[in-house]
Structures are given as structure tokens and as C-alpha cells.
Design a protein. Structure first.
Length: 139
């Protein structure tokens, strides 16, 4: 896979540089592993490689990464969210995915979830979201 463009985000600077920012813990008092998001261009698609839990503390960061892309994407864009390194996704993450799908449809584009691991795939199936989203496997 050729990466024409590759950046990593781990905080809220928004300038494309990894800044090592930590997310607040579940109690708001301490750090937890940040959500890491690497951006890449692969085979004509924009890919966000996501690593970490997608929960109420990290979902806004994922939303910002998606919005940054959608605000500048061409019509009929293809956005791929690589979920292989996402061990946990809750309802706040589902909201982010569904909002991104809705916005991409409005733009004439496509949202693809790549390689969700078994716990995330199970959440997608239980909530019946898997029937509304395109899911691809590379393994």
C-alpha cells in the first residue's frame, strides 16, 4: 500500500503533528491511553487508521479527524476507517460512525469500516449498524 499522505494525531492541536496529548481518564482526573489516528491516502481513498478505545472521551477527537477530512474532501469521496486496532467502541462511537455515514451520503461519498476486530464487529451486529455500513476485511 502506497501512502501518499500520512499523519498521526494523538491530541487536539489540529495541525497534523503528533503532540502526545493525553485524554482524560474515565473519572476525568487522570490520563488514559489516547486515541491515535493516522491519516493516509491509499488506492484513491482517504484512510484513518485508528488505535484505541472509541468512547465518550475519545469520540470527539475521532469526529474532529473525520470533519477535517470531510470539510476538504472532493465530491464522491471514499473514507475508510481502519478499526483493526480499536478494541472497544460504545454508543458514542456508533454515533460518530453514523453521523459520518450520513454526511458522506450527502456529499455523494462512501464510508467504509475496515477490519473491525471481533468485539467491535459484535457491537455493530448487536445494534444492527453492520447492515447500514459498508464493512471490508483485508485479512
Amino acid at each position: 500500500m502506497a501512502n501518499e499522505h500520512d499523519r498521526t494525531h494523538s491530541g487536539g492541536s489540529g495541525d497534523g503533528r503528533s503532540n502526545g496529548a493525553e485524554a482524560a481518564g474515565a473519572d476525568g482526573a487522570g490520563p488514559e491511553a489516547p486515541l491515535l489516528i493516522a491519516e493516509a491516502q491509499e488506492d484513491g481513498a482517504f484512510v484513518l487508521h485508528i488505535a484505541g478505545d472509541v468512547d465518550p472521551h475519545s469520540a470527539p477527537m475521532l469526529t474532529r479527524a473525520i470533519d477535517r477530512y470531510l470539510d476538504t474532501s472532493p465530491p464522491s469521496a471514499r473514507l475508510v476507517l481502519d478499526l483493526a486496532k480499536v478494541p472497544f467502541l460504545d454508543s458514542s462511537g456508533l454515533r460518530v460512525l453514523l453521523a459520518a455515514r450520513k454526511r458522506l451520503i450527502e456529499l455523494g461519498g462512501t464510508l467504509v469500516l475496515r477490519d473491525p476486530n471481533p468485539p467491535v464487529q459484535r457491537v455493530l451486529e448487536i445494534t444492527r449498524v453492520s447492515g447500514e455500513l459498508e464493512i471490508e476485511s483485508t485479512t
